[in-house]
Ligand binder design. Sequence first.
Ligand code: NAD
Length: 384
Amino acid sequence: MRPLRLGMVGGGQGAYIGNIHRLAARLDGQWQLVAGAFDVDPERGRAFALSQGLDPARSYGTWQEMIAAEAARPDRMEAVAICTPNFTHYPIAKALIEAGFDVICEKPLTATLADAVALEQLARDSGRFVGVTYTYSGYPMVHEARVRVAAGEIGAVRTVQVEYPLEWMATAIEQQGNAQAVWRTDPVKNGRGGSIGDIGTHAYHLAGFVSGLTLDSLTADLATFVSGRALDDNAHVMLRYQGGARGLLWSSQVAIGHSNGVRLRVFGGTGSLQWYQEQPNELILTPLEGRVQVVKRGAPDLSEDAQARTRTPPGHPEGYLEAFANLYAGFAEAIRARAEGREPDAIGRNLPTAWDGLKGVAFVEAVVDSAEAADQPWLRPVAV
Ligand code: NAD
C-alpha cells in the first residue's frame, strides 16, 4: 500500500510536539512526509525542512506558500499536520480544508469557541477528514477500557475521576523566555484556559471516551499560583454527566513531582477500572468484592479495538510513541476507507475528530465561565 503524502505546519527546530508527530507518522509506513512549513520564521523553516531531507521545492517558508504550491501539484500532499500554537490552528485548518486537504490538528482544536464551531461546521460540510491528536485515545488499553465499560463489565458508571498533573510551569518560566510557556500563558495565543485548555482537554476527552458519558454541566475552581501569570495553572472541575453520573477532573501545570501522570479511574455499580499513563500496558479491573485483576496489553482475549493497536507481544512494553502512531495509522485508515467507500477497519474507528475537538473547546469555555462567575452558588464559607 502506498504511503499517504503528509505535510506539516509548525514543529520546527526546538518545538515540542512536531518531532513526535514525525516519529508517529513513520512507525507503520502509512505516511511519508513530503512538504512542510515548519517555523514561524520562514528561513528557519526552510532550513529545517532541508535538514529533514525534504525536496527543496517543497521546503516552504510559510503555510500560505505551501498550500498554494501543493494545491497545484499532481503529487500534492494529501493531509497536513498542524503542530503550531493554538491560535493559528483555525486559519491554517480553514485554508487547508478550503484547498481540499485533509487535516490532522493538535489540541485544543482552536483558541476560541467561535473558531471551533466554524471549523467543525466546515469539516462537516466539506467532507474533509479532520483528526485531532488527543494522544491518550491512541493507547490500546484505553480502548480496552472503553470496550469493557460499554460491555457493562463494571455496571452503570457512577463516577469518573481523571487527572493530568504536570510540574513544568511550577515557576515563572514564561518570564525567562521558555518558548512553549510564553505562548501558553498568553490568552490571545493560547485561549482562555491555561492548564485546563492545555491538558484539561486531554483529561476531559479521555474521561468521556472511556466512560461513554456525555457531559451535561460543570462547576469549576481555577487558580493561578505563579505570580504574574495571566491564565490558570491549576484547575479543579466537578462534572455532572447526562444520566446522573458524576466526575472530578484535575489539571495542573504546577504539580511538583509529576510529568504527564495522566490517570483515569471509572467506578460503576459492580466494579471499577483504572488506567495510568506511566503503566500504560496495564488496566486495573476490580469487580465488587472481588480480586483485583491486572489486564495486560497483548493478551489474546483482549478486544479487537485493543489488538488492532498492539504491535509487540506481551511483556515487551509499548508506550507514548506507539499510542501516537496508532492515531496516525487510524487517520490513514479513515482517509483510505473514505476514498474507497467502505467502513474503516478497527484502527480507523473511534478516532478523535473535529467534533471531539469542538467539545474540548466548549468544555474550556464552560470551565472558565464557571470560574469567572461572580455568584458561584456552590461556594460557601465554612463555619469553623
Ligand atoms: P512549540 O512552541 O514548541 O512549537 C510551535 C512550532 O510552531 C514552532 O516550531 C514554531 O516556529 C511553529 N510556528 C508557529 N507559528 C507558525 C506559523 N504561522 N507557521 C509555521 N510554523 C509556525 O509548541 P508545542 O508545545 O509543540 O505545541 C504546538 C501545539 O501542539 C499546541 O497546540 C499544543 O497544545 C499541542 N500539543 C499537543 C500535545 C499532545 O499531547 N497531543 C503535546 C504538546 C503540545
